[in-house]
Write a protein that binds this ligand. Structure first.
Ligand SMILES: Nc1ncnc2c1ncn2[C@@H]1O[C@H](COP(=O)(O)OP(=O)(O)O)[C@@H](O)[C@H]1O
Ligand SMILES: [Mg+2]
Length: 361
């Protein structure tokens, strides 16, 4: 063994779900020792590390929202990393921060000029910071947000409530939106959600159930739901069952070139190695809407995740040792001189659909 170490930190919850045996095996086979880091103790006392692999999202979110204990912990980690700049951080905390706030990452997606001609978009969105209905109606108008809307907490991590959503069909019910929240135009997508997971330049796509089609209406009451109830592989929500007038034999097909374009943009503009995102396909235009991006998602269905993770960590170290940089458009082809990694690679075949939308043919 080369004597190099990977320091890992994640919450107890994530830690319990993680297959440590597999991770240790992958680390060892790449010549790394794994150190499980304890945030309560100084990192300096826990041995030298070369790579810091973490899922600090909930803690960073808590710190940014004024939790003083979390803030102290995060500032210790940041101090440690700035004292040890040779450590490869997966992923850098400032990049992770971008994804904690829905408004900030939707803005980045919306500003991406290449998306339009590729048939990719992020649905119109706006932020409510107050409960002033008149003002909120105006904000929606200014930003082109149309009913029905999904109202999502602005902070995307840190608590269960970050995934409590409301579908609102008219101005009359706008008062149920609890600020700070982001409201986003609802895109009809025949109840199929495409989840993309990537590890560096390797990606994997799954299908999940999603919400049925909805239309603006003066009569409908708001619908409250949590993401888990509707979109997990085994969710059986009635909200996913298409209405008879929406049933169709025509399946909107996912365009993998679009998926690759989205991955490139996220990697380039947000600078993450471990992330995932959600795509729904507009059932009228076929355009692909990016509705969510997640830091270090659960890679449960990603074939040989740990192997790919370690390969990707090695690539990242190589890249940071060489002169080329991630800002360059051509980075995927140029970096590292590593011919195995020419462009983006779909892991697990072209389409690996474990779950179908409940009534899509
Ligand atoms: N703009 C939208 N149009 C249609 N459905 C959406 C839209 N935004 C979210 N959804 C549905 O709501 C679910 C949860 O929203 P998402 O933004 O992914 O939140 P979370 O952070 O909880 O995963 C999505 O998986 C999808 O089923
Ligand atoms: Mg999501």
């Amino acid at each position: 063994m080369s004597g190099k170490s990977i320091g890992v930190w994640m919450s107890d919850k994530k830690s319990q779900k993680l297959n440590w045996k597999e991770l240790i095996k992958a680390c060892n086979s790449h010549g790394y020792n794994l150190v499980k880091l304890d945030l309560e103790r100084a990192f300096e006392d826990q041995g030298k590390i070369d790579v810091f692999l973490h899922k600090l999202t909930d803690l960073i979110a808590a710190a940014d929202q004024g939790d003083s204990k979390a803030a102290k912990t995060i500032s210790r980690v940041e101090q440690y990393l700035s004292n040890h700049t040779n450590i490869t951080v997966i992923d850098p905390l400032d990049n992770v921060r971008i994804l904690l706030n829905r408004y900030s990452y939707y803005s980045i997606l919306q500003d991406e000029s290449s998306f339009k001609s590729l048939g990719i978009f992020t649905p119109a969105f706006a932020e409510f910071t107050t409960s002033n209905i008149e003002r909120n109606i105006e904000i929606m108008r200014e930003r082109g947000v149309r009913f029905p809307i999904i109202c999502k907490p602005t902070i995307a991590h840190g608590s269960k409530s970050a995934h409590e959503m409301v579908l609102i069909f008219n101005e009359r019910e706008l008062s149920v939106a609890k600020p700070p929240c982001v409201v986003q135009s609802f895109v009809n997508h025949n109840a199929v959600l495409h989840k993309v997971f990537f590890v560096g330049n390797r990606y994997h796509i799954c299908e999940r159930p999603s919400l049925k089609n909805f239309y603006a209406s003066d009569d409908l009451d708001p619908i409250f739901y949590t993401t888990g109830e509707v979109c997990k592989a085994d969710s059986q929500s009635t909200l996913s069952i298409l209405d008879p007038y929406d049933e169709t034999d025509i399946k909107m097909t996912l365009n993998e070139e679009k998926i690759k374009a989205i991955i490139r943009v996220i990697r380039k503009k947000i600078g993450l190695i471990l992330a995932g995102f959600d795509v729904v396909i507009d059932n009228v235009t076929g355009n692909h809407a990016v509705i969510d991006i997640n830091v270090f998602p659960s890679y449960d269905n990603f074939p040989n995740f740990f192997e790919h993770l370690l390969d990707c960590i090695e690539d990242t170290i190589q890249k940071s040792n060489s002169d080329c940089c991630l800002e360059d458009n051509e980075w995927i082809e140029d970096c590292g001189g590593n011919h195995r990694h020419n462009g983006l690679i779909n892991i697990g075949g072209s389409h690996n659909y474990e779950v179908m939308g409940m009534n899509i043919m």
